[in-house]
Design a protein around this ligand. Structure first.
Ligand SMILES: NC(=O)C1=CN([C@@H]2O[C@H](COP(=O)(O)OP(=O)(O)OC[C@H]3O[C@@H](n4cnc5c(N)ncnc54)[C@H](OP(=O)(O)O)[C@@H]3O)[C@@H](O)[C@H]2O)C=CC1
Ligand SMILES: N[C@@H](CC=O)C(=O)O
Ligand code: NA
Length: 432
C-alpha cells in the first residue's frame, strides 16, 4: 500500500490554494480514510515572483510542467489552472505518463472529455472531475452512482454561481449589473474571462457534462442552445416578479422517449418553485428520475473551499481505487446514440414584453396573431407609457412549441401596432 500520495498541483489561485488548505488541515481524516498521507509536492504557476504568503515554500513552486510530469514520485495531478489548450495538453501528458488526474475544468471536459477519459482508461489511470459541475455539490457521482438504477428524464440546474449572484443582487437589492459582476469577480466566483459566465458558456459546458452522464449519450457543447444574462434588464426582473416569477439562468436537459434537448437561458421560474429560492453564488440541480421521482441537490457552486472539497474528495477516490487495484475505469461508454429534439418537439411557456401603439385594435391584432399560431395566453399585463401614446404589454403564454413561438416572435416585429419587442424569455411551469 502507498504510504504517501504525492500530488502535483497545476494552478495556485482560488481553487488551488483551497486544495492545499484542505489537504493540510484534513491530513488525519485523509490518512484514516485512505491509509496514506497526502502531500502537495510541486505546484505549477505562471508567475514565480508573485507573493504567495507563507503557504508554500519556494521549492514547491515551478513554472515548468516537466518538473511535475517527469517526477516519478508524483502519483496524481490536480489541474486547477483553468484555460483550455495548456490544461488539456498537461492533463494528456500526465495521463500518458501514468499519473491520475483530478480536474475542476469544465471547459476542457466539455470539449475534450471523451478523448482524455479514453487515454485514462488505456493507461489504467483515473480522471475525475466532480468540481467541474456545481462546485461543492457532489452531483456527478450522484447521477452516475446514486441514481445508477434509474432512468433520468430531466435535469434543471442553476449551475453558474456568478450569474446567480448577479441576478439575485439585481432582483433583491436593486443593484446594477456591472457593480455586482465586479464583486463576483473579487469574490473569486467568476472565470478569468467572465464573458464565459455572463454569456452562458460556463453553464452550457456544465449542462453538456450533466446531460452526457445523466442520459448516457455523448452530448457536445455544440448541441447546447446557449443564451446568457447580459441583456437582462431591471424592467424584465421587475415585471417577472410582478407576474409571480423569479429570473434564473437555468441549464435544462430533458428527454422524451429517446430524444433530448439541452439548453441554457435566462428562465422565469414560479416563486414557489424550489429553484426560485436558490440565491447568490449557490447552485442547485433538480433531477427527475422515472423511479425516484423529484430530487434536488443544493450547495455552493463556486468559491475556494467548496470547490476544493470536491477536488480533494476525488483524490480520496483515486487512492481508494488504488488500494483496490481498480483505477482506470472513469470512462463510461455511452449507451445511447445522440438524438436531438427538433423545435417542434421542444415545449415551454414564454414571457414576452413588447412596446405597442396604444390605439384601438392593438390588442385584437396581437391576440389574432397568437391564436392563429396555436399560442394561448396565461397572464397579461398592460402598462401605459409616454403619456398614453405607448403601451407596455407583457404576456406569459401557456406551453407552446418552440417552432410556433419563434415564428410568432418574428411576425410580431412586422406588425404595424408593435413598436418594439423588448424581451422574451422561457418560463417554467410546475416541476416535471
Ligand atoms: N473559482 C471557482 O469558484 C471555481 C473554479 N473552477 C475551475 O477551477 C479552475 C481554476 O479556477 P480559479 O482557481 O478560480 O482560477 P485562478 O485564476 O484563481 O487561478 C489560476 C491559477 O493557475 C495558474 N495558471 C493559469 N494558467 C497557467 C498556465 N498556463 N501555466 C501555469 N500556471 C497557470 C495561475 O498562476 P499565477 O498564480 O501565477 O497567476 C493561478 O495560480 C478553472 O478551470 C475554473 O473554471 C471550478 C469551480 C469553481
Ligand atoms: N465561474 C464559475 C465557477 C464555478 O464553476 C461560476 O460562477 O459558477
Ligand atoms: Na460538483
Amino acid at each position: 500500500m502507498t504510504q504517501q500520495m504525492n500530488i502535483g498541483l497545476l494552478g495556485f489561485g482560488t481553487v488551488g490554494t483551497g486544495v492545499l488548505e484542505i489537504v493540510e488541515q484534513h491530513q488525519d481524516k485523509l490518512a484514516h480514510q485512505i491509509g496514506a498521507s497526502v502531500k502537495v509536492k510541486r505546484i505549477l504557476v505562471n508567475d514565480l515572483h508573485k507573493d504567495r504568503g507563507s503557504l508554500v515554500t519556494k521549492d514547491q513552486l515551478t513554472d515548468n510542467i516537466d518538473d511535475i510530469i517527469n517526477d516519478e514520485e508524483i502519483d496524481a495531478v490536480v489541474e486547477v489552472m483553468g484555460g483550455i489548450e495548456d490544461a488539456r495538453l498537461y492533463m494528456k501528458r500526465a495521463l500518458e505518463s501514468g499519473k491520475h488526474v483530478v480536474t475542476a475544468n469544465k471547459d476542457v471536459m466539455a470539449l475534450y472529455g471523451s478523448e482524455l477519459l479514453q487515454i485514462a482508461n488505456e493507461k489504467k489511470c483515473d480522471l475525475f472531475y466532480e468540481a467541474s459541475v456545481a462546485g461543492g455539490i457532489p452531483i456527478l457521482r450522484t447521477i452516475v452512482e446514486g441514481l445508477a438504477s434509474d432512468r433520468i428524464t430531466k435535469m434543471m440546474g442553476i449551475v453558474n454561481g456568478t450569474t446567480n449572484y448577479i441576478l439575485t443582487q439585481m432582483t433583491k437589492e436593486g443593484r446594477l449589473y456591472d457593480d455586482v459582476l465586479k464583486e463576483a469577480q473579487a469574490l473569486g466566483y467568476a472565470e478569468a474571462d467572465p464573458t464565459a459566465d455572463v454569456e452562458g458558456l460556463d453553464a452550457a459546458r456544465k449542462i453538456a457534462i450533466l446531460g452526457t452522464l445523466g442520459f448516457s449519450m455523448n452530448l457536445d457543447l455544440d448541441d447546447v442552445s446557449i443564451r446568457g444574462i447580459s441583456n437582462v434588464t431591471s424592467q424584465d426582473l421587475a415585471y417577472s416578479k410582478q407576474l409571480g416569477y423569479t429570473m434564473k439562468l437555468v441549464g435544462i436537459a430533458n428527454r422524451n422517449d429517446d430524444k433530448v434537448e439541452v439548453s441554457v437561458q435566462p428562465t422565469l421560474v414560479p416563486h414557489d418553485h424550489p429553484l426560485a429560492s436558490v440565491d447568490d453564488e449557490f447552485n442547485a440541480v433538480y433531477v427527475y428520475g422515472e423511479a425516484v421521482g423529484e430530487t434536488m441537490f443544493y450547495g455552493p457552486g463556486a468559491g475556494k473551499l467548496p470547490t476544493a472539497t470536491a477536488v480533494v474528495s476525488d483524490l480520496v477516490e483515486v487512492l481508494k481505487n488504488k488500494r483496490l487495484g481498480v483505477n482506470g475505469n472513469s470512462a463510461i461508454i455511452p449507451q445511447f446514440e445522440k438524438k436531438l429534439k427538433t423545435p417542434e418537439e421542444i415545449h415551454s411557456k414564454y414571457f414576452l414584453r413588447i412596446h405597442a401603439k396604444d390605439i384601438p385594435g392593438t390588442f385584437a391584432s396581437l391576440t389574432a396573431l397568437f391564436h392563429k399560431n396555436n399560442i394561448s395566453l396565461e397572464k397579461i399585463l398592460q402598462v401605459p407609457l409616454n403619456e398614453g401614446k405607448l403601451a407596455e404589454i407583457i404576456v406569459v403564454t401557456h406551453e407552446v412549441s418552440k417552432k410556433d413561438y419563434d415564428y410568432v416572435l418574428e411576425r410580431l416585429k412586422e406588425e404595424d401596432v408593435v413598436v418594439e419587442v423588448k424581451s422574451s424569455y422561457r418560463a417554467e411551469g410546475e416541476m416535471k
